[in-house]
Structures are given as structure tokens and as C-alpha cells.
Write a protein that binds this ligand. Structure first.
Ligand SMILES: C[S@@+](CC[C@H](N)C(=O)[O-])C[C@H]1O[C@@H](n2cnc3c(N)ncnc32)[C@H](O)[C@@H]1O
Length: 360
């Protein structure tokens, strides 16, 4: 048995640096790390109605000074780099208090930053005293081990999840509230920094494959484990606090894996080569049917040979899309949309439908 196997889909109890050392070199596919922020909050914060605000005052967030914090981050990041496979990537989340230190340390350790993704919070906690701007985002650094890594990026899947538009580096996701927020018997938040599932879903879907091992060295309530299981990936968690481990384990046990086109990355598979004429022949399209761009603006109608007529020219889907984009070439399959029984769908999706129904 490979030594990594005994840790798969387990939560390891204890310090992350000590326990990362037990994992073999180049053994994990993706890392999500949500380390202590070293918030340095002092005194109590109160809501406008006078109630005490339950912020991040936990023991795990305390360090004596920046030097101690930097040494801690350098140590766990070095171990993360060692356990990452050659082409793995790592996401580290932080706020203004720590992300600049972490970014500096990561670059010094040779990590290569691919993106800094902003998690924008539409329902962020207000600045109760009105003394500063409302702090309404956190930053995720998405990095590879080095500049040459051939990392996973599920571009088409993320585009599909963003309604057919290229996904941006700003993600608008609400903070964890309602049923998603894990509470104790008294109704108090179990963890002060439980991350929203959608955030981890995006991280995992965008940068891993089914069956991959996703490591989270600061597991908390196990949001990473829950989303890894949901999407058919494996997880390894490390967490010091017993209370969080128990909550995380119960939470993960309740999750059922979903095998859908998104989790299984079906959209990343090259589209089957099915010409327009074939789609007309099987009546997925009809002569005279209107075609649109992604903004639902009508571009033209379909001719009986699969060409598009925009009232001026009759051109192939590729030439017609290039004309309307002002380009010399373009892939028309990615440009056109149609109204299919009152559903606005990408023309390209019909090729997958054809493959499923006629070519399997
Ligand atoms: C920011 S929270 C992570 C929250 C988590 N992402 C979630 O969604 O619940 C950081 C976690 O790291 C744990 N932690 C802090 N220092 C640690 C260490 N040295 N080793 C292992 N866990 C640690 C804390 O107990 C805390 O649960």
C-alpha cells in the first residue's frame, strides 16, 4: 500500500506541520489552505443593537508577532510544496491582515502565482463603528509549484457555470449563513471562519479531476472534505481541534457524491465532430430557425445547408461568428445560441446531445 493511501478520506488530528511531514513527496493533486489570519483583533466588537459580535478571537489565531507568524507559514508552505505532485496547484485564502505576507513567502519559496481571486461577499459583516470601509472580500492565491507546472484548469466547465461567459477572478459568493452555517446546541456558530461551500466547489471544480486527492491542512469544519466528496474527489484533512474534527466528520458522512457533467468534467472533453447538416437531419435544428449571440441578440437564421443568413450574407457558422465579432476567424460552435423549447442553450450543446443519442 502506498503510504498516502492510509490517509485518503481521513482527518488527521494534530499540528499541520508535523503531520504534513508524514505524507510522501509528490503525493497530492490539489491543496486548499485556509490558515490562521493572525487578525490581532483587540477588545470586543458590538453590533449596532449593542449585541457582541462573534468574530475571530480564537486561540488558533494567536501568534506573538509577525516573525512567529511568518516562520509558521514558511514551514507549512514548504511542506505543502513538497507533497504537491509536479503539476499540482495550491489555493491559499487570506484577508488583508495576512495575504500579503503569505504571497511574499510563497513567491520566495518558488511558487508561481496563477491568479489572485477575490472572494467578494455581497453580505459581508458591516464595519460596526463606521471607522473604515466595510471589509467585503478575501483573497485567494492560486499557485503552482513553479512556473513550468502543467496545472489543471477546467476552463470550459467554469465558463459553463458562469452562464457561458469566461469566469473572472472576482467571485461573488455570500458568506456562510442559514442552514449551511454549522451551529452548536445553543445556536452559536461552531467555527468562526467556516467557508461557503460554493467557494470550495469552485476551487475544486476548476482545478482538479474526479478521483484526485485534495489536501486541506487547516480543515476546520471540513468544507473542503464535504465538497471533495460531493464532486467525486478524495480528501485529506489536518486539524488540531477535536471539536471541529467531530463536526467535520459528521458533515462529510452526510454528503452524497453527485456524478454530473460538471463534477465529471464532461465539458472538458473535446466536442464530437458533428456538422450542422447532421443536426438539421435529426431535427435538432430546423431551416429558418433563429440563432443568437450569448447576449440573446438575434444574428440570423439557419439555411437548409446549415449556413447562417444574417440578411446580408450567407456564411458558415464560423465565418458568420467571425464577421459579427470583427475577427478573421472564430469557432462558431462557441458563439451561437438557440432557443430550444423555450430554453436558451449553446449551439454546441447539441453536438453532445447528438453524440449521447446516436454515437454511443
Ligand atoms: C481559518 S480556519 C479554517 C476553516 C475551514 N476552511 C472551514 O471552512 O471550516 C483555520 C483552522 O486551522 C486550524 N489550525 C490552526 N493552526 C493549526 C495547526 N498548526 N495545525 C492544524 N490545524 C491548525 C484551526 O483550528 C482552524 O480550525
Amino acid at each position: 500500500m502506498n503510504t498516502i493511501d492510509k490517509y485518503i478520506n481521513k482527518i488527521i488530528k494534530g499540528d499541520c506541520i508535523e503531520n504534513l511531514k508524514k505524507l510522501p513527496d509528490e503525493s497530492v493533486d490539489l491543496i486548499f489552505a485556509d490558515p490562521p489570519y493572525f487578525m490581532q483583533t483587540e477588545g470586543e466588537l458590538h453590533r449596532t443593537n449593542g449585541a457582541k459580535f462573534q468574530g475571530v478571537e480564537d486561540e488558533w489565531d494567536k501568534f506573538s508577532d509577525y516573525r512567529e507568524y511568518d516562520e509558521f507559514c514558511t514551514a507549512w508552505l514548504k511542506e505543502c510544496k513538497r507533497v504537491m505532485k509536479k503539476n499540482s496547484s495550491i489555493w491559499v485564502i487570506g484577508s488583508f491582515q495576512n495575504i500579503y505576507r503569505i504571497g511574499y513567502i510563497m513567491q520566495n519559496l518558488g511558487f508561481w502565482i496563477l491568479n489572485d481571486v477575490i472572494w467578494s461577499k455581497p453580505n459581508a459583516v458591516p464595519n460596526f463603528g463606521g471607522t473604515r470601509f466595510q471589509n467585503s472580500h478575501e483573497t485567494l492565491l492560486w499557485c503552482t509549484k513553479n512556473k513550468n507546472a502543467k496545472y489543471i484548469f477546467n476552463y470550459k466547465t467554469m465558463k459553463h457555470l458562469n452562464n457561458g461567459k469566461q469566469e473572472k477572478s472576482v467571485w461573488n459568493i455570500g458568506i456562510c449563513i442559514g442552514n449551511e452555517r454549522i451551529k452548536d446546541k445553543e445556536g452559536k456558530k461552531v467555527h468562526s471562519t467556516q467557508k461557503p461551500e460554493k467557494l470550495l466547489y469552485n476551487v475544486i471544480i476548476s482545478s482538479s479531476r474526479p478521483g484526485d486527492i485534495v489536501l486541506d491542512p487547516f480543515f476546520g469544519t471540513g468544507t473542503t472534505g464535504a465538497m471533495a466528496k460531493l464532486t467525486g474527489r478524495n480528501y485529506i484533512g489536518i486539524e488540531r481541534e477535536e471539536e471541529y474534527i467531530n463536526v467535520a466528520q459528521e458533515r462529510i458522512d452526510r454528503v452524497k457524491t453527485i456524478h454530473d457533467d460538471i463534477s465529471d468534467l464532461k465539458l472538458e472533453i473535446k466536442p464530437p465532430k458533428v456538422p450542422m447538416e447532421k443536426l438539421l437531419k435529426v431535427k435538432y435544428l430546423k431551416e429558418g430557425q433563429e440563432v443568437f449571440n450569448k447576449y440573446k441578440e438575434k444574428i440570423g437564421t439557419i439555411e437548409n445547408n446549415g449556413y447562417i443568413n444574417d440578411g446580408e450574407d450567407i456564411l458558415s457558422i464560423h465565418k458568420m461568428s467571425a464577421k459579427h465579432l470583427g475577427l478573421s476567424n472564430n469557432n462558431g460552435w462557441d458563439y451561437f445560441w438557440i432557443n430550444d423549447n423555450n430554453q436558451f442553450i449553446e449551439l454546441n450543446s447539441l453536438r453532445y446531445k447528438f453524440q449521447n443519442n446516436f454515437q454511443n
